[in-house]
Design a protein around this ligand. Structure first.
Ligand code: SF4
Length: 337
């Protein structure tokens, strides 16, 4: 499943970079004709769409090629020390995606031409933490593999980590165009993770993303190429029959992937603003967002999330840990939230 944008904006100075020119040529070769310019990748105007659904869809079909100005990285606990800002946004339309409240009504995808500067900055962060290693997360605000064939920025980040004893890199994806990364020198310093879920969850909620089979096929290729491999089962949805559906998922995983690999477990949660936004964009959503069946948990930034009540969390955690022990001998579980 390749993302081909409906329209592309180039920040004016992005075309002064060789990467900007290359992306422009590639888009033209692919027959993309709606190519526009913008003064800033942060403020893009002219994307169509009047209803919330149209605006969302048109935003998700828009690629913006810019120059990243702010080179201050955000921290990224607990998954890594810092976010590595290679891409912002994602063409996928997962109903529950936490990005849905982050990028406005028209959530376009931003890619950056100055990856060299971004990686130089990463190197300086890593030098400051010397002699400890610094772990960078490449998918904190994006799914970078979805646009890799335009950017090549994951490849650069993988090579950057391979060349530095101070740097480790990780990212997670639902996309499957892994071929360009298979021959890259990774030195085992990049962890390649796939986000997976039951077939039912993928069909109902993860629009415009590859199927479970496609993701597992890609994972086999990545493992064969020697990358440390991981999976996120996220979000775990404890709706009727969840044990049966997740048992099937774990069976499929065990049959297809020999291990070793990690399995990060993340339960479904939502904020009040996410629910409002989801109902605007997906008015007929079947996502379970009944506050009565949730516990409100205050977060460190002052806003809270609706998570499953403590007894349900305990039941889910025990079930997954036991089943993974029993069914996936090559797997380890770094955390459950
Ligand atoms: Fe969000 Fe990931 Fe789905 Fe993209 S693939 S919409 S980043 S959940």
């Amino acid at each position: 499943m390749e993302f081909v944008p409906r329209r592309v904006y180039f920040q004016e100075d992005a075309l002064e970079h060789p990467r900007g020119k290359r992306i422009l040529d590639q888009l033209r070769d692919e027959g993309v004709t709606d190519i526009r310019s913008t003064g800033s990748h942060n403020r893009v105007t002219g994307i169509p769409g009047t209803t919330p659904q149209q605006a969302f869809r048109e935003g998700k079909g828009t690629l913006v090629v810019g120059v990243k100005q702010s080179l201050e990285f955000q921290s990224c606990k607990p998954s890594a020390h810092y976010q590595l800002p290679l891409v912002t946004g994602c063409p996928g339309m997962c109903q529950y995606c936490y990005l849905n409240t982050h990028f406005g009504k028209k959530p376009y995808i931003r890619v950056y031409v100055n990856t060299g500067e971004i990686l130089d900055r990463a190197d300086r962060y890593a030098q400051q933490r010397k002699p400890e290693e610094t772990l960078f997360e490449g998918a904190a605000t994006s799914d970078p593999l979805s646009v890799e064939r335009y950017t090549g920025s994951l490849r650069e980040a993988v090579e950057f980590a391979a060349a530095s004893p101070l740097v480790r890199f990780r990212f997670v994806t639902k996309y499957t165009s892994v071929e360009p990364l298979l021959k890259v020198q990774h030195a085992g310093r990049t962890e390649f993770r796939f986000s997976i879920n039951t077939r039912g969850v993928i069909e109902r909620f993860e629009h415009r993303t590859p199927s479970l089979e496609e993701r597992l096929n890609a994972a086999v290729k990545v493992q064969t190429a020697g990358y440390p491999l991981g999976f996120l089962i996220a979000p775990i949805m404890a709706d009727t029959g969840w044990q049966r559906d997740y048992q099937e998922l774990l069976e499929t995983l065990g049959e297809r992937i020999p291990g070793p690999f990690t399995v990060e477990l993340i339960t479904h949660r939502y904020t009040n603003s996410a629910r409002k936004r989801i109902l605007e964009v997906f008015p007929r959503t079947q996502l379970d967002m009944d506050d009565e069946c949730r516990r409100y948990k205050y977060g460190q930034f002052g806003y809270g999330k609706h998570v499953y009540p403590q007894p349900v969390m305990k039941q889910i955690e025990e079930w997954f840990r036991n089943k993974i022990d029993e069914m996936l001998p090559g797997a380890s579980v770094p955390y459950f939230v």
